[in-house]
Design a protein around this ligand. Structure first.
Ligand SMILES: [Cu+2]
Length: 135
């Protein structure tokens, strides 16, 4: 009885040591040290302000300024807990306005005419953004 009780923790320890050695060996083979050797390539990220998606979060449009080619469909998605609504400012080359977007809802508008389109949230006028449409 006593033999078994003392042997078991010893076995566990042996397995643990073996496991750690294996991990270290795998680490060396895979080169998982940080700072040394080739860095793990970062996931490709689109440059800021490109693409056609705008996220509404923390009472702000992200990105606040977006440049697109004419004919691009821009989609806003509300990921905020509060409802928001997108409305073009007076003087925008074309007018657009969404319904009130609750959390998780999206609104899309096709920007065909080149120009600068300032817009805001009709519920929170301090929320502003700009779409620049290039030819
Ligand atoms: Cu809002």
């Amino acid at each position: 009885m006593q033999n078994q009780e003392t042997r078991e923790p010893g076995l566990h320890r042996a397995y643990t040591v073996a496991g750690i050695l294996l991990l270290i060996a795998a680490c060396m083979v895979a080169g998982c040290s940080s700072g040394k050797g080739p860095a793990t390539p970062a996931l490709p990220q689109p440059p800021a302000g490109s693409g056609n998606a705008i996220t509404i979060q923390n009472f702000a449009f992200d990105p606040p300024a977006l440049t697109v080619k004419a004919g691009t469909v821009v989609m806003w998605t509300n990921q905020d807990s509060a409802p928001h609504a997108i409305v073009s400012d007076t003087g925008s080359p074309e007018t657009f306005s969404s319904d009130t977007l609750s959390t998780g809802r999206s609104y899309s508008f096709t920007f065909n005419r080149p120009g600068t389109y300032p817009y805001h949230c009709s519920i929170h006028p301090s929320m502003t953004g700009t779409i620049v449409v290039e030819k």
